[in-house]
Design a protein around this ligand. Structure first.
Ligand SMILES: [Zn+2]
Length: 294
């Protein structure tokens, strides 16, 4: 069943859990993600970087063909599925991914721009997307790259900085975005050996409370760069206001490990998608969305 991300996340925010948003780049990833969600009766968000699609299989060589197939696949899933443009870079890309990608949600990521420019560009994408009932995710504060961190280094000293709660309220009110990715201690990619991210749950609590009050409903928040974060911290964050968890690096590592463990026996692609699926089966209950399909 294909749904908008707003429908999915508003529900998750009220009930206090998060939906898994694996990055998918080809039909094997999509099949593995939907199979894991169906096995746990969980809603799922397919996060697609349309700009990075390559010819990993016949379908992904052409974004139009991939989008059409993706939408069809999602419509026939036994659980609610949202298709989200991950880290949309421009207005032009948003239009293309809405029309070709079959998206029920787009992300306007202008988090590296100054606040006023982020507001203006995100608001333009919201106007476009809402005119065709598509949800919008945006990012405030900057979730940087994990590779820039060193063991013992404080989060704000790396290529990332925390989201300011007052700015979050102003941003959501002025742009009308349906959910907001916030920066609370994680970064994209793989951390260097010895660096363990620590989530700032005080900032999360403050932002959630401020947005709930300002918007008059339980406002959904998103966590990017979840890979490598200890499970107990993720579990807490999902019960305290994070409602979508993006996961990419941990899935890639799990897929590669499965292939290596096989010692060269079996089909490489089947093994990789099995590793991808098993990691999702492990993480969905951490986010608390198992059994939450409707
Ligand atoms: Zn991200």
């Amino acid at each position: 069943m294909l749904v908008t991300m707003k429908e999915m996340l508003d529900r998750a925010s009220i009930e206090g859990y998060a939906v898994a948003a694996p990055n998918v780049g080809n039909s094997l990833d999509v099949d593995a993600a939907i199979a894991a969600a169906e096995q746990l009766n969980a809603p799922i968000i397919l996060d697609v970087r349309f700009e990075n699609l390559g010819p990993a299989d016949k379908r992904t060589a052409d974004p139009r063909q991939f989008g059409e197939w993706l939408r069809h696949r999602a419509e026939h899933a036994k659980v609610p599925v949202a298709i989200n443009e991950d880290h949309g870079p421009s207005y032009k890309a948003a239009v293309r991914n809405l029309v070709w990608g079959g998206c029920t949600s787009i992300m306007a990521d202008r988090s590296s721009l100054p606040f006023e420019e982020n507001v203006a560009e995100t608001a333009k994408c919201v106007e476009l997307a809402h005119s065709v009932d598509v949800s919008v995710e945006a990012e405030l504060g900057h979730v940087g790259q994990a590779a820039t961190f060193k063991p013992g280094q404080a989060y704000e000293e790396g290529d990332s900085f925390y989201t300011n709660p007052d700015e979050a309220v102003e941003f959501v009110k002025r742009t009308g975005v349906d959910c907001l990715a916030i920066s609370i201690g994680t970064a994209h990619g793989k951390y260097p050996e010895g660096y363990v991210p620590k989530l700032n749950l005080d900032i999360l609590t403050t932002i959630k409370a401020a947005l709930n009050e300002a918007m008059g409903y339980s406002y959904p928040l998103v966590l990017h760069g979840s890979s490598g974060t200890p499970k107990d911290q993720l579990k807490l964050a999902c019960s305290m206001g994070i409602n979508k968890v993006n996961i990419n690096t941990d899935l890639t590592i799990a897929a590669m490990e499965k292939v290596l463990q096989s010692g060269g026996k079996g089909n490489v692609w089947s093994l990789a998608s099995q590793g991808f699926k098993e990691k999702l089966l492990e993480m969905i209950p951490v986010y608390g969305s198992d059994g939450k399909a409707w």
